[in-house]
Design a protein around this ligand. Structure first.
Ligand code: FMN
Length: 166
């Protein structure tokens, strides 16, 4: 957008705002998810790689990104190995994430999460994976900066990549 604006003689100052960053993140995610669905329809598999945000400055340098460009996530694409078929992990039940008109967390959602912990454990058992509640995993991941695999410094990295995020 910076280049397009330049060609029109405008300064793209709105790109300095958190709103523009959020817009970019939403649009990129929507495009990627559509790509994932299209890839599946072609018999290809894909894996999102959020791990690239563990070292976003290094990834930005590797990709020769310029100012106000940020590597949101990677998407690895390949052919699924028929010798190692993968099962779809159970997802959080709708009752735990769907609210009508207003957000109102209640015992209904809490029970749905407990049910999910149980169904995830059953899946892990079936797959020969170590058993662990989703609630436990998710709580651990959101515990604090030390559980964020280096992503706690994202604001500083974004500032260095010329995102003031006003
Ligand atoms: C936003 C997002 C980021 C992800 N980041 C990674 C990653 O960094 N490394 C990885 O191996 N898998 C990553 N995954 C893939 C998941 O670990 C998982 O393999 C994928 O969601 C599909 O498997 P599932 O059916 O078990 O959910 C990511 C998935 C999503 C949705």
């Amino acid at each position: 957008m910076t280049q397009v604006g330049k060609a029109r003689g405008t300064t793209p100052d709105a790109l300095n705002y958190l709103e523009s960053f959020t817009l970019g993140a939403v649009d990129t995610s929507l495009a990627a998810q559509n790509a994932v669905v299209a890839l599946e329809s072609l018999g290809l598999g894909s894996v999102y790689i959020g791990g690239i945000r563990n070292k976003p400055a290094e990834v930005a340098a590797e990709l020769a990104l310029s100012a106000r460009q940020f590597p949101l996530f990677g998407l690895a694409i390949g052919k699924p190995d028929p010798v190692r078929p993968a099962s779809v992990k159970p997802r959080l039940p709708q009752a735990s994430v769907l609210f009508e008109e207003q957000y109102a967390w209640s015992e209904t959602q809490a029970q749905a999460v407990r049910d999910y912990d149980r169904s995830l454990r059953a899946f892990q058992r079936e797959q020969g994976l170590p058993e662990r509640d989703w609630s436990d995993q998710a709580s651990d991941r959101t515990r604090g900066p030390d559980s964020m695999a280096g992503r706690d410094v994202l604001r500083d990295v974004l500032a260095k990549l010329s995102f003031p995020l006003f």
